[in-house]
Design a protein around this ligand. Structure first.
Ligand code: GLN
Length: 281
């Protein structure tokens, strides 16, 4: 019975066979990762047969993905802005919608000045490194309460050759006592503690401390807004990512703390995503 070996599957046959199990685009990313090739290689080699070790490495990744592990953790990488970042389960997976926060921050940052900025709760370093790469004369303070996350961010800065980022352990502004900045950005945890999404899909595998923040999801944002005026120069900006239903609440917090020019911006899917305000000049 077993003496007729199965022909080794080709790239195309294998990708077709797993269609019902995970998203086709994710299957390609994982297969390329298992083969240690760039994704484009698959198209030129669709008729190549795979060896058993590669096929079984792919099968392992596929089962882990089906069990909910984010593709970024399985590959250990995620693209953000112009950067290719290392990510681990100690860091939130950078999301495309967070690029809005980078765009809005850059709009307030002249290219020719030696400004000091902060990214609070930097995780993999995505926002801090994107800003540091676009504003080489700026000095960016990246903070995180997780030492493991800061290690990942530090490694990403090194790999990207960015020397204008400093790393500071601690909670929010507690990581940078006594310092004032021209601009502060943060993508803090903002999901409500009891939100059922936390126990579904990819979120189950991401660090809880990077996702959830109190009964209404606003605990971290309240602390950051409260402490920001003491850490911003006159005319300085605070920009915060938040949940799609938190725009009203975040604008109210900003106004109550003395911020002007308060506004909320929508992401590419037309959801409220970033609110900002300015300390009067
Ligand atoms: N945007 C993420 C999500 O809803 C949450 C990220 C965060 O809490 N900062 O999946």
């Amino acid at each position: 019975m077993n003496d007729v070996p199965c022909p080794a599957p080709t790239v195309r046959v294998l990708l077709d066979a797993v269609r019902g199990r995970i998203e086709p685009a994710e299957a390609e990313i994982l297969l390329a990762h298992a083969l240690r090739k760039p994704r484009g290689w698959l198209y030129a080699h669709a008729s190549d047969a795979l060896d058993t070790a590669d096929a079984s490495r792919f099968e392992t990744l596929l089962s882990r993905r089906q069990a909910g592990e984010p593709v970024a953790y399985l590959c250990g990488r995620r693209g953000f802005w112009t950067l290719d970042l290392a990510v681990t389960p100690d860091t939130l997976v950078p999301r495309p919608e967070t690029e809005l926060l980078v765009e809005l921050a850059l709009a307030q940052l002249p290219e020719d000045r030696e400004l000091e900025l902060a990214d609070l709760g930097t995780g993999s370093g995505a926002i801090a490194l994107a800003l540091a790469s676009e504003r080489p004369r700026a000095r960016v303070a990246a903070t995180d309460a997780s030492a493991a996350a800061l290690d990942v961010a530090r490694g990403n800065a090194r790999d990207a050759g960015l020397a204008n980022v400093g790393f500071h352990p601690g909670d929010w502004f507690g990581a940078v006592p006594g310092r004032r900045f021209a601009l502060v950005v943060s993508n803090p945890p903002y999901i409500a503690q009891g939100d059922p999404h936390l126990s579904q899909g990819d979120l189950r595998h991401e660090p809880a401390m990077a996702l959830a923040s109190g009964a209404d999801g606003l605990d971290a944002i309240r602390v950051i807004v409260r402490d920001a005026p003491a850490h911003l120069h006159p005319g300085g900006w605070l920009l915060l990512e938040h949940g799609l239903d938190q725009g009203d609440a975040v604008r109210a917090l900003l106004r109550a703390a003395g911020f002007g020019e308060v506004a909320t911006h929508r992401d590419l899917e037309q959801r409220d995503r970033v609110s900002l305000g300015r300390i009067p000049p």
